[in-house]
Design a protein around this ligand. Structure first.
Ligand code: DC
Length: 233
């Protein structure tokens, strides 16, 4: 990870919430504004899923999944200003966003041994940074319970489906309905798994982005982060 220092912010901002809330784009912008590093933990679960798919095993076979991921070297971070995602030194930054990985990632990320391994790695990466924005599902609840500032970003399901459709360039109503159904499927899977389910931490600030544009959300999160460390604006 890397990040220009100098905004005065020191600490960790956690950004959790379901898919399609604009979380990644908000997290990147907040990191840039705070001069903080950025860690996308979803990219780590997606990279682990690439390893599972390439090994030819069933993503629902928890034991086999745990074995494959234990043997995989997953690198996620920023090098020379560029986000990198590698599995065993192979660049998978584009592949992790594909439909095959998106379909299988909930099952892989529900495996407790996979979570333990990646959470350990996430804590090591965070410990190496003075200031960091960490995006995921369980960052405020499990990975960094003592974080400086915790945000839970949410939005109405229809707004999330519309936003995702816009990113994919989809305008057909049936396709948008299919995107909404997939978001609901992943929400249910992520919120109901036994290990580290998706939910806001008790001390998280819930930000609903349904009626806000990206810049308004970014302003809100930056202000909350600065208030948490007493930095004047
Ligand atoms: O944010 P994303 O869509 O890239 O995340 C991919 C999947 O990884 C998502 O289905 C939930 C899971 N995930 C998780 O379980 N814990 C995290 N900290 C981050 C992502």
């Amino acid at each position: 990870m890397s990040g220009l220092q100098g905004s005065g912010f020191r600490g960790q901002v956690t950004l959790d919430g379901p898919s399609g809330t604009g979380k990644s784009s908000v997290a990147r912008a907040v990191a840039a504004r705070l001069g903080a590093a950025y860690l996308d933990t979803g990219a780590m679960y997606r990279a682990a899923t690439v390893a599972v798919l390439d090994a030819g095993i069933d993503p629902e076979d928890a034991e086999a999944v745990a074995g494959v991921v234990a043997g995989a070297r997953i690198d996620v971070g920023t090098e020379a200003g560029t986000e990198i995602v590698r599995v065993d030194d192979v660049d998978v930054a584009v592949r992790i966003r594909g439909a095959e990985v998106t379909r299988a990632v909930s099952a892989v990320s529900a495996v407790p041994a996979v979570r333990r391994q990646l959470v350990d790695q996430q804590r090591d990466l965070v410990a190496a940074a003075d200031a960091v924005v960490v995006e995921g599902r369980d960052i405020g609840t499990v990975v960094l319970p003592g974080a400086t500032c915790k945000i839970y970003l949410t939005a109405a399901p229809e707004a999330r489906a519309q936003r995702r459709a816009g990113q994919l360039g989809v305008t057909d109503a049936a396709e948008i309905a299919a995107i909404a159904a997939d978001l609901r499927r992943r929400d249910t899977y992520d919120s109901s798994r036994e290990d580290s389910p998706l939910r806001p931490a008790a001390d998280a600030v819930v930000v609903d982005s349904t009626e806000l544009d990206r810049d308004q959300v970014v302003d809100r999160v930056v202000a909350l982060a600065q208030a948490a460390v007493g930095v004047s604006r």
